[in-house]
Design a protein around this ligand. Structure first.
Ligand SMILES: [Zn+2]
Ligand SMILES: [Zn+2]
Length: 366
């Protein structure tokens, strides 16, 4: 087997953020990893901070377990799954598998499928039973470090080097949003409502706009985000802080309600709003990760409206389209990617995501 050659510019040590448990993330000096057989070494150029990174930092039960489920996240892990970087070193096997070379700018899918379970066998690799995701498991150390290893099962995609790194890393949330759009099975006649104009909601708007439905309505409380929603492809924007979205939607649809409602806020109130805004036989797509339980009257789903409720997780098979939309400049990424911070300011980054008022997408530049 060909030896991987270590490029001369690779140092011995580097800076990395390491998760030691909820609320305990530290900037540390680590040795630069050496790629093994079938692996690649990546110089990380940007890593987006996701709402899920914040929820993991805050100790959400989804990551750290509770009475009814075990912990899924692990400690001693470098966080970060929205990754863009430059290929530094790899062997023939990795070159053949991914079709990439040193110097290429790439993005990598967040999940590293096992390629050996019933979901992976069926092509539903995003539901892989093992479920190693970069930045949450020791086996898949994430992007909040200067150099990282792309493990052999990874899905790596090339992206044009003219795309700024923070924009390239947006391929992760965008692919997730495009998967949500696919779950809805959009039709040209659809009246579509998107609740929440953060990175996922804006991605849903861009993806829905690419499918050209009859109407896309964006909901948020922040006028600045609603402006971005319009720039991304929403036909109508409604500020839920000052307007009654459900009655506006009913007015706009002859009293029926929306065909499709995407929930991308993570707030329980947006779930109830969606059930009320949908028409009978409508489709509800849920993308959020919630901090709190949501209580709703499920008879709206059954007896009242016979709704289709569709979950969505990750962005399987949507990365090539996400990359194409980014390369074609179909999203106002200059405005969406609001903050790029050095690695040592990761806490400021998490705070910016938590407050959500100044930022849309916050990235670290290791
Ligand atoms: Zn993410
Ligand atoms: Zn699997």
């Amino acid at each position: 087997m060909a030896e991987t050659t270590r490029a001369p510019e690779v140092p011995q040590v580097m800076q990395a953020v390491v998760c030691h448990g909820p609320g305990d993330y530290r900037l540390e000096t680590l040795p630069v990893p050496h790629p093994g057989p079938g692996e690649a070494l990546l110089r990380v150029e940007a890593v987006g901070i996701c709402a899920s990174d914040l929820k993991c930092y805050d100790g959400a039960a989804k990551f750290w377990g509770d009475a009814s489920r075990p912990a899924w996240a692990e400690t001693e892990v470098v966080p970060g799954h929205e990754i863009a970087g430059r290929v530094v070193a790899l062997d023939d096997r990795a070159t053949a598998r991914w079709g990439i070379e040193p110097g290429d700018r790439v993005v990598v899918e967040q999940i590293v499928p096992c390629w050996n379970c019933r979901y992976c066998d069926a092509g539903d690799y995003h539901m892989c039973q093992v479920h190693n995701i970069y930045g949450f498991k020791r086996a898949t150390q994430g992007g909040m470090q200067e150099f990282m290893i792309l493990t052999p099962g990874s899905l790596v995609h090339r992206i044009r080097s003219e795309v700024p790194p923070a924009h390239a890393a947006f391929a992760e949330p965008l692919s997730c949003a495009l998967h949500a759009v696919e779950r809805a099975g959009l039709k040209f006649s659809d009246f579509v409502v998107v609740a929440g104009c953060g990175p996922i909601g804006l991605g849903v708007i861009a993806g829905a706009a690419a499918k050209s439905p009859a109407q896309i309505v964006a909901l948020d409380m922040d006028p600045r985000k609603l402006k971005l929603a319009a720039a991304t492809g929403a036909d109508t924007t409604i500020n839920v802080a000052t307007e009654d979205a459900v009655s506006r939607i009913r007015e706009m649809t002859g009293g029926y309600g929306a065909d499709v409602y995407f929930e991308a806020t993570g707030h329980p109130s947006a779930v109830i709003q969606g059930l009320n805004a949908l028409r009978k036989l409508g489709r509800f797509v849920e993308y959020s990760v919630f901090k709190d339980d949501v209580s709703v009257d499920w008879s709206i789903i059954s007896d009242d409206k016979e709704l289709d409720v569709l979950g969505a997780h990750l962005g399987p098979h949507c990365w090539p389209s996400a990359i194409k939309l980014i390369e074609e400049g179909r999203l106002p990424l200059e405005e969406i990617c609001t903050h790029q911070l050095p690695l040592e300011q990761f806490k400021t980054g998490l705070e910016l995501v938590a407050s959500g008022t100044e930022s849309i997408k916050v990235s670290l530049i290791p």
